[in-house]
Design a protein around this ligand. Structure first.
Ligand SMILES: NC(=O)c1ccc[n+]([C@@H]2O[C@H](COP(=O)([O-])OP(=O)(O)OC[C@H]3O[C@@H](n4cnc5c(N)ncnc54)[C@H](O)[C@@H]3O)[C@@H](O)[C@H]2O)c1
Length: 234
């Protein structure tokens, strides 16, 4: 059986997923694409030689009878509306991170999935599948480093596109670590504190400021720190 897939948002990662489905994986076929930039969607169809229809609206793509499952790879603030619509259409949906850009948006998706009575949503948190992270998890689980009391993680982006705005440091970038910490420690969050820090780096003059996020998890009493350095744009 071939799963017929519709892709909403054919930018960098949307094209990458479509390429993998077409050229690397078996069992799936991209039959529909949509992007607010229709030329971009058409270019992906041409580049990958897809036998796919280009839709003007993501909602029409979701409703299409020949689309079994939906990939939401558009800009973060649009995820909620497409994921909820896919759930309401009873279709499996893979949503790139972030699931939504607000806590309420995430809750709305969870509520919609509960109302549908079936697990339909997968989110693009891929680090627990990465071999390096899996080795780290294995070492922690085997007690090789004793009981972890603190995690320090840093995320440094030497460049970001012009479309990258400051809040994305939290909901697009740091969010990977928020996912990984829970998985690594099998622990949950108790509190989170976010600080903005001014920097004056002679090495990276564009790095004018950064966020530092300290989270305290439930079972482990010590704080886990995450530093996220990105150019501040807004
Ligand atoms: N899991 C990961 O590590 C990973 C890596 C890269 C990107 N992402 C996520 O994937 C998403 C897309 O990132 P990207 O780097 O491909 O960005 P991008 O800017 O290259 O592509 C986003 C695309 O969405 C389109 N778009 C915006 N609003 C739309 C709408 N309402 N309907 C249809 N299309 C719309 C844009 O025109 C653009 O082509 C982001 O949420 C990002 O965080 C995840």
């Amino acid at each position: 059986m071939t799963v017929r897939i519709g892709v909403i948002g054919t930018g960098a990662i949307g094209e990458d997923h479509a390429r993998r489905i077409t050229n690397t994986l078996t069992g799936g076929e991209v039959v529909a694409v949509n992007d607010v930039n229709t030329d971009q969607a058409r270019a992906v169809v041409d580049n990958l030689k897809l036998n796919a229809r280009v839709y003007d609206s993501g909602h029409d793509l979701i409703k299409a009878d020949d689309v079994d499952a939906v990939l939401v790879t558009s800009w973060g603030p649009t995820h909620e509306e497409f994921v909820v619509a896919a759930i309401q259409a009873g279709k499996y949906v893979f949503c790139e991170k972030p699931l939504a850009t607000t806590a309420q948006g995430c809750q709305n998706i969870v509520d919609a999935e509960i109302a549908a009575g079936k697990r339909l949503v997968q989110v693009g948190f891929m680090r627990p599948f990465d071999s390096g992270y899996r080795l780290l998890k294995k070492a922690i689980d085997a007690g090789e480093i004793g009981t972890p009391l603190m995690i320090h993680a840093a995320h440094r982006n030497p460049t970001v596109p012009e479309t990258y705005i400051t809040p994305m440091a939290i909901h697009d970038t740091l969010i990977h670590e928020l996912d990984v910490f829970r998985w690594l420690l099998e622990d949950d969050y108790k509190t989170a504190q976010i600080e903005g820090i001014a920097t004056d780096s002679p090495i990276w003059p564009d790095f004018r400021a950064a966020y530092r996020v300290n989270v305290i998890m439930d079972a482990v009493e010590q704080s886990h720190a995450k530093h996220c350095w990105v150019p501040i744009t807004a």
